[in-house]
Design a protein around this ligand. Structure first.
Ligand code: 2YX
Ligand code: ZN
Length: 373
């Protein structure tokens, strides 16, 4: 049975594990390394799809947990799937609900069968099994669907992490057996194992054995200190097959994107750029700019002199500050568009630096300009 999603390695950096590649999906190709904007409830918040497209974004995320609770997968299926429903005709990846159930729902209990939880919307009780998550993702129709897993919280005890990763592997087998739509949608497995490198290796061996089209590194970016995250990442990227995409879930700060690329990660996602935007924070080549600060009141210069996005070409910091202070909807729209453009463009420049074997130099140049993280 052929896979919907395939990966080709285009160039391996000669001095680091950074690599340039291309993912092919039924809705188009994705140049990697790639940052994927998050569209949790069938929209990248405060942005029209054509504006998301204009940033150069090639793939966005949807969330099984949110769309199951509202509007319900049946409505999305009847609309012709998530692409049609939200008018996004490029690739989509849906997260499985694993992380959201644990981090959002007041979850009641986890058993071998699945997870019972309470809806964050109306407190109603629900049960999500691996098979349920696959059924929902099949109805949504994303090109890449994620396995239903348990994202273990930071500082979980090792014995619990072992039991959890073993169950996550059993759930992955159930997801794979239940997922029939492999020519239109590719299932990615998710590595767990907490902050324990030996458990990460065990998890990777178990999930790679299932020979899936791609793999994610889960269970990170869950509040652990940066040095621990990078130490775990140092080893666990290489536990995954070189010939398939490697996806680090929930990462979207400038430094973690560079550090992940340097270690061979191909795909990243995070709500950070759009959430920062709604709080009046712009990501720029000279660090974050908090637009509400008084210093910008009469600053008629552009947000980021090194950005060529629509926002930076047409609006001043003074105007953007006015919009935010006035609680205007346009504030979130413009800052979100800039922040997504900033990260997508940064990844485009990273890809170019890898092709030209100057990723190390580009990272240093970017860090020197950006200031402290
Ligand atoms: N603003 C903001 C902001 C909000 C949250 C975060 C942390 C995101 N971290 C994160 N997302 C994840 C999704 C995940 N999905 C699944 N299915 N499994 C994971 O282990 C997993 C781990 C994750 N870790 C980072 C920035
Ligand atoms: Zn801009």
């Amino acid at each position: 049975m052929s896979n919907a999603v395939t990966y080709e390695l285009i160039h391996q950096d000669t001095r680091t594990r950074a690599r340039r590649g291309r993912i092919t999906t039924p809705h188009g190709t994705i140049e990697t390394p790639v940052f994927m904007p998050v569209g949790t409830q069938a929209t990248v918040k405060a942005m029209k799809p054509e504006d998301v497209e204009a940033t150069g974004a090639e793939i966005i995320l949807g969330n099984t947990y949110h769309l199951y609770l509202r509007p319900g997968e049946d409505i999305v299926r009847e609309a012709g799937g998530l692409h049609k429903f939200m008018n996004w005709n490029r690739p989509i990846l849906t997260d499985s609900g694993g992380f959201q159930v644990f981090s959002l729902g007041k979850f009641r209990k986890i058993t071998e069968e699945g997870v019972t939880f309470k809806s964050y919307i109306d407190g109603s009780k629900h049960m999500m099994r691996p098979e349920t998550s696959i059924d929902i993702q099949n109805a949504l129709g994303a090109d890449i669907i994620m396995a239903f897993d348990e994202c273990v919280e930071y500082e979980a005890e090792k014995p619990y992490v072992v039991r959890s990763l073993e169950r996550t592997t059993r759930w992955l087998k159930r997801c794979k057996d239940h997922h029939q739509n492999t020519e239109q949608q590719s299932l990615f497995g998710i590595m767990q194992g907490g902050m324990f490198k030996d458990l990460r290796r065990i998890s990777a061996e178990q999930i790679v054995d299932l020979d899936l089209p791609g793999y994610a590194i889960g269970g990170l970016s869950v509040g652990e200190p940066k040095d621990i995250m990078l130490d775990v990442l140092d080893d666990c990227v290489d536990y995954l097959p070189k010939e398939k995409p490697r996806y680090l879930m929930g990462v979207g700060t400038v430094d973690y994107l560079f550090e992940g690329v340097e270690r061979g990660v191909d795909m990243f996602d995070c709500v950070l750029p759009t959430r920062l935007a709604r709080h009046g924070v712009a990501m720029t080549s000279h660090g974050n700019v908090n637009i509400k600060n008084a210093v910008h009141q009469r600053d008629f210069s552009t947000l980021d002199p090194e950005c060529d996005c629509y926002v930076c070409r047409n609006y001043s910091r003074a105007y953007l500050r006015h919009l935010f202070k006035s609680n205007e909807i346009l504030s979130s729209m413009l800052l979100s568009e800039h922040n997504i453009h900033f990260l997508v463009n940064m990844m485009k420049n990273i890809r170019k630096s890898i092709e030209e074997d100057r990723f190390v130099e580009y990272k240093k140049e970017f860090y020197d300009k950006y200031g402290e993280f």
